[in-house]
Design a protein around this ligand. Structure first.
Ligand SMILES: NC(=O)c1ccc[n+]([C@@H]2O[C@H](COP(=O)([O-])OP(=O)(O)OC[C@H]3O[C@@H](n4cnc5c(N)ncnc54)[C@H](OP(=O)(O)O)[C@@H]3O)[C@@H](O)[C@H]2O)c1
Length: 321
């Protein structure tokens, strides 16, 4: 059973296009004999099929009596496409195994309940597979449940925890900086505070990496003014209101690139979901840490470390998906 869900989760990671604004889900149909007869991920575009339909269409008649593995509960509502639950019932699937429920409060969930009521065996597998499924959709889950983007605070620090290095524009190495350009390309918006704009005047675009989704929106929080020629978008309202407005505009993920004063304001309002810290093998001896004053300590979870060039990337959650 885990193998079926693992394959469905792999399909999400292998999907060539993001199904935005829909979440990318993976599904596969496996017969009682153990043969995979259909698989797929959510298709992009307003008429793009949900993963369940892609897998069921491929399986055709062979769906009868088979098991459908899917990374999120099938929808029971009419969205841009008809309900997947209907397709599952029409295909006479015997068993549906999922690893996360649909968190969208705006639609009547209950896909599993409807299937169960219709006599389909249903199973929700949580644990590590559930976590992997929720992490794949962490931005979308935050956006549909909170109405604001998922906020990732990304910062580079020296080994003595400083965010500036005398006489140097960069703290982290070139591999980390390339990775940051990939993160920008994968985010709906990138932002800094006006303090960083005044000292560094960053462009915040994704450079020298593929940008299949185009450039992210590039934002400066603060009163301004922006320097002449800056292409950033100035947002001067209260942070909560600005994030809600970005969410309403369809911004599902925001990469917050500092600096420490703005980061502290985000933490104080509980608006940071995940932290990425690139730690470089250098000592600065002066300058601010990654957050200015906080009103109190904050516990993070699921700390992970990976090597990026000469640096170490530390990842942790403030709000687990
Ligand atoms: N190592 C790194 O990864 C990294 C990343 C970024 C920056 N930095 C460094 O950090 C330094 C700049 O950091 P910083 O802390 O001085 O500035 P900052 O955090 O970039 O910006 C602070 C500004 O944010 C604006 N802001 C908007 N809403 C706010 C709120 N609710 N509370 C507080 N401020 C709000 C204000 O702009 P207004 O004054 O216009 O209202 C404030 O002055 C630079 O030296 C830069 O090189 C390092």
């Amino acid at each position: 059973m885990d193998a079926g869900l693992e394959r469905a989760l792999d399909l999400v990671e292998e999907a060539s296009e993001r199904a935005y604004p829909k979440p990318t889900v993976g599904a596969l149909v496996v017969t009682a004999e153990g043969d995979t007869v259909g698989e797929g991920a959510t298709e992009a575009g307003p008429r793009g099929r949900h993963a369940e339909r892609v897998a069921l269409d491929e399986a055709g008649e062979r769906s009868r009596g088979a098991t459908l593995f899917v990374t999120m509960e099938p929808c029971a509502h009419h969205g841009s496409t008809p309900p997947c639950v209907d397709a599952v019932l029409e295909a006479q699937i015997a068993r549906v195994v999922v690893c996360q429920l649909d968190p969208n409060p705006k639609v009547e969930g209950g896909g599993l309940d409807k299937l169960r009521a219709a006599g389909v065996e249903v199973e929700l597998v949580d644990g590590e597979l559930g976590l992997r499924a929720r992490r794949q959709l962490e931005a979308w889950r935050t956006w549909v449940t909170k109405g604001r983007p998922f906020v990732v605070y990304k910062v580079a620090v020296t080994l003595d925890g400083r965010t500036t290095m005398p006489g140097s524009r960069w703290i982290s190495g070139k591999e980390s900086r390339r990775f940051v350009h990939e993160l920008r390309a994968a985010s709906d918006a990138v932002a800094v505070g006006m303090g960083t704009v005044r000292s560094d005047n960053p462009r915040l675009d994704a450079r020298d990496v593929p940008t299949p989704r185009g450039q992210p929106r590039r934002i400066a929080f603060g009163r301004g003014p922006l320097p002449a020629g800056s292409e950033l978008e100035l947002r001067s309202g209260p942070l909560e209101d600005e994030l809600d407005a970005l969410g309403a505009d369809g911004v599902q993920s925001l990469l917050l690139e500092g600096g420490p004063t703005l980061a502290a304001a985000f933490f104080e309002r509980d608006l940071v979901d995940k932290v990425l810290v690139f730690q470089a093998p250098r000592l600065s001896g002066e300058g601010q840490g990654m957050v200015a004053e906080l009103p109190g300590p904050i516990e993070l979870t699921r700390l992970e470390a990976e090597r990026v060039g000469d640096d170490v990337l530390l990842t942790a959650y403030v709000h687990e998906p």
